[in-house]
Design a protein around this ligand. Structure first.
Ligand code: ZN
Ligand code: ZN
Length: 83
């Protein structure tokens, strides 16, 4: 994780960020990086879950969670899964 070490050792955070023009990763809790199109949060970042898709436990569709413990892609799936 060379890039992260650069950030932590000070210097210009803006310069050290490697972002793609298509998406500018934002994180309130760390300096998130976009490496090869994959968002990388600093270790232990409490917001990291927001950047990763997960699979709906009910229908199997990939979705981006809006809440930390969200396990279904939609309210419908959530209701169906949790009863
Ligand atoms: Zn983060
Ligand atoms: Zn679903």
């Amino acid at each position: 994780m060379e890039a992260l070490r650069v950030l932590n050792s000070g210097g210009s955070l803006t310069e050290a960020k490697t972002t793609t023009p298509m998406e500018a990763p934002m994180c309130a809790s760390c300096e998130v990086l976009s490496i090869n199109g994959v968002l990388c949060h600093e270790t232990g970042c409490p917001e990291a879950w927001k950047s990763y898709t997960r699979e709906c436990t009910w229908c199997g569709q990939e979705f981006t969670p809006e809440e930390k413990h969200q396990d279904c892609c939609s309210d419908d799936c959530s209701e169906a899964y949790h009863g």
